[in-house]
Design a binder for this molecule. Structure first.
Ligand code: BGC
Length: 743
């Protein structure tokens, strides 16, 4: 975990101990809880500042008042709007992850922050989880390999990444109290690996404890998670920060490896790790040593960030809103968009042949950066798809925009914030009284009913208004050289605090698309969203382009791809099921319910489930087309003395355009003695090739790439035997196969 030299480390540890010895109990306690909504307490007398934190994963959030969830109203806190993690993961490019991390770190530092509350690396278990847009993938390997460079990028700026939410924060329903029952093997093979890599390879300086419970205990008071796994097994010596309001019990939180309590209420002295803790220490029920341990971890992080100590003067200063940042954001956006379907070479469009373009759909003009929950930001600007198209085409093309469908507006609240509201229930539990299980269902049913009633009212409003809008869109579509539909989701739907109710496109978009395709078979369908949607019309559409929330240059990248300046190279980092009913969480009902859920499916999350059940999704994990095509060949496999498997193969660009292909390597155990997924992603490589060119790709698989977690031995085990190695263009498009014998 240590990144500093042995000598420096020793010196720092000595300085930490000396500081702790000088502190009074009050001073120590002031350091381990919030002193304002996003800042911890410092000890001025000893030159120890408070720690400035900020959301979040898509850019540095706007400033809030120190004790109320009201924006400070500044005009200097606009920032670069980064691609969401779901977009970034679709690039399958660790270098892009590094660059975007670097932008985030520089902007955080530029805004005077010490800890940026990112990246979100929870595994996508159900396509309906409201926060999926903030997360990377359903696959632990892909998530881990992108999280590591992202963290390094952030921390290269002397800002700490706060990797969140540890662990298994897989649903928003009942997010503060839900108890997730997960077996050990599933935790170690699916929900832990990205966090382990973040700590051991990314050297993340901090980790955020999640809201939910895992196996009976809240994550911020969970000795198994924090003491045993994070500290003991993985050797983490950085700071564990609670999610905002994630601490419920003083003694438990004091005695486990949580270091800093943050929350949403302004009564900072009454936080669990403030006065209540002091009382327990004074009564002798908690030892002062427990507080010292927390202070030690926080100080260690502060030394690493050069907030204190001899290197203070060398601390990077950061910067925000630079042209360089915007370029990096554009490049990532360009690589993130996924061409799901392209028949009859419907795409790219030829700008020279289009005199009149009709663009239909609200996502052509929707601004997404200011929504989604704590990931919202105040963007310097956001180029929406319509603006991107207009900027690209210039004045020679007539671009007509029609709404197509109606989106009901949500009321904006000014005197209070959803974030404080969303934790209202917590008031009871932070007072030490855990909400009693038997009280819960009625409250929740009432809330759920209210939400569904609201949705119904909105649907009625939509239906009423859509009549005229549909007619207008169909008429407009008839009279154009090309038609582009830009629909999808928005942050009313992809949002923190609530899960989606279904996987359908909202606002009757399916009906509209069907109608439009009747009059325009050549209509290009593009969708912007943060999580998969059903596409019942997909056989009828010739071309479908998917974009996650891709940052401030979304519209620019979008136009460049549609008109062929950029050849799409994004691939899905998650399965797009045909219908929600095909998903494991729909089958076992263990998602989106209050109280507790059991992850009955175990390892069978995402493509692992679709593979095992032989269910064909609409678009599989790893899928993504290009304007060129690639052929694979020449697979060689060699077992090294060390037990590693070295493989190589070639990828050729067999088409006429420059393009990039992500070759994926899956391992499929043959005749395993315990139940194992049919195949699992273990490596990938993205190669850019000129037309006709061939590149040799070399991949090394380590013994641990063949391992499973043995629950009895409490460790990963690699059994000798034969393993099939699959080289693939997607999880369903296997191009080459070989057998690797492991001794
Ligand atoms: C979210 C975190 C976020 C924190 C601070 C919580 O509601 O779960 O992801 O970092 O608030 O805004």
């Amino acid at each position: 975990m240590r990144t500093d030299t042995k000598k420096n480390h020793k010196r720092t540890e000595k300085e930490i101990e000396s500081l702790i010895r000088k502190m009074t109990l009050d001073e120590k306690i002031s350091m381990i809880h919030a002193a304002s909504l996003f800042r911890s307490g410092g000890v001025e007398r000893l030159g120890i500042p408070g720690i400035e934190t900020s959301d979040g994963p898509m850019g540095v959030r706007e400033e809030f008042m120190s004790d109320r969830w009201i924006p400070a109203g500044n005009n200097d806190d606009r920032v670069s709007y980064l691609p969401s993690n779901s977009a970034l993961a679709s690039t399958w490019n660790p270098y892009r992850a590094y660059e975007i991390g670097k932008v985030l770190g520089a902007e955080a530092r530029g805004r005077g922050k010490d800890v940026i509350l990112a990246p979100g690396i929870n595994i996508k278990r159900s396509p309906l989880c409201g926060r999926n847009f903030e997360y990377m993938s359903e696959d632990p390997k892909l998530t881990a390999t992108l999280a590591v460079p992202f963290i390094k990028g952030i921390q290269d700026n002397d800002v700490a990444a706060c990797v969140k939410h540890f662990a298994a924060n897989v649903q928003e329903t009942d997010r503060l109290m839900v108890d997730e029952k997960i077996d050990d093997r599933t935790l170690h093979e699916i929900y832990f690996p990205a966090f382990k890599a973040a700590v051991q390879e990314g050297h993340a300086y901090s980790v955020m404890g999640a809201y939910n419970k895992v196996n009976g205990y809240h994550c911020c008071e969970n000795k198994q998670l924090l003491d045993k796994v994070l500290r003991e097994e993985w050797g983490f010596d950085g700071a564990v920060i609670s999610d905002w309001g994630g601490v419920h019990l003083t003694k438990e939180a004091a005695e486990c490896s949580l270091d800093l309590e943050m929350s949403v209420f302004p009564d900072f002295d009454e936080y669990m790790l403030a006065n209540p803790l002091k009382e327990l220490i004074q009564k002798g029920e908690v030892s002062e040593e427990a507080v010292d341990a927390k202070v030690r971890n926080l100080l260690r992080m502060m030394f690493r960030l050069k907030m204190i100590g001899k290197e203070k003067a060398d601390r990077k200063t950061g910067t925000y809103n630079t042209p360089d940042h915007r370029n990096m954001i554009l490049r990532a956006a360009e690589e993130s968009m996924i061409l799901l379907k392209n028949e009859r070479q419907a795409l790219p469009l030829d700008a020279a042949k289009i005199k009149k373009l009709v663009v239909i759909g609200q996502n052509a003009v929707t601004i997404h950066s200011d929504g989604g929950g704590s990931a919202e930001i105040k963007a310097l600007y956001e180029i929406c798809p319509l603006m991107g198209l207009k900027c690209y085409l210039g004045g020679g093309t007539q671009v007509k925009y029609v709404k197509g469908y109606h989106v009901p507006e949500k009321p904006k609240t000014f005197d209070h914030n959803w974030q404080a509201d969303s934790l209202d229930d917590l008031k009871d539990s932070t007072a030490g009284i855990l909400v009693r299980e038997e009280d819960v269902p009625e409250n929740h049913r009432a809330q759920e009913n209210e939400r569904l009633a609201q949705l119904k009212r909105e649907q009625e409003e939509v239906h009423e208004k859509n009549k005229a809008l549909f007619a207008e869109a169909v008429e407009a579509a008839k009279d154009a050289d090309a038609v582009i539909f830009v629909g999808g989701l928005n942050h009313y739907i992809d949002s923190e605090g609530a899960d989606r109710v279904d996987m359908k496109l909202p606002y009757e978009q399916d009906m509209l698309i069907e109608e439009l395709l009747k009059v325009r078979k050549d209509m290009i369908v593009t969708l912007v969203g943060g999580s998969p949607v059903e596409m019942p019309w997909r056989d009828k559409a010739r071309a479908i382009l998917w974009s996650y929330y891709a940052g401030m240059e979304t519209g620019t990248a979008f136009a460049k791809i549609l008109f062929g300046d950029i050849n799409p190279s994004g691939k899905l980092a998650e399965t797009f099921p045909d219908v929600y009913e095909d998903c494991v969480t729909a089958k076992n009902g263990q998602f989106g319910v209050w109280g507790s859920i059991t992850l009955e499916e175990g390892l069978y999350c995402g493509y692992r489930y679709f593979d095992r059940q032989r269910i064909t999704p609409a678009f599989c994990f790893g899928h993504g087309l290009s304007y060129t095509h690639f052929t694979y060949g020449g697979l060689t496999l060699k077992t090294e003395k060390s037990g590693e498997i070295k493989l190589s193969f070639t990828v050729k660009n067999a088409g006429k355009r420059v393009g990039a292909e992500t070759a994926q390597v899956y391992v499929a155990p043959i005749g395993a003695k315990i139940d194992r997924p049919d195949k699992e992603l273990k490596a990938y490589s993205k190669v850019e090739l000129a037309p006709g060119k061939t590149r040799k790709v070399a991949v090394t698989l380590k013994r641990e790439d063949f391992a499973y977690y043995d629950e009895d031995r409490h460790e990963f085990v690699t059994d000798p035997g034969d393993y099939e190695i699959l080289v693939a263009a997607s999880s369903a498009d296997i191009r080459l196969k070989g057998i690797a014998p492991l001794a």
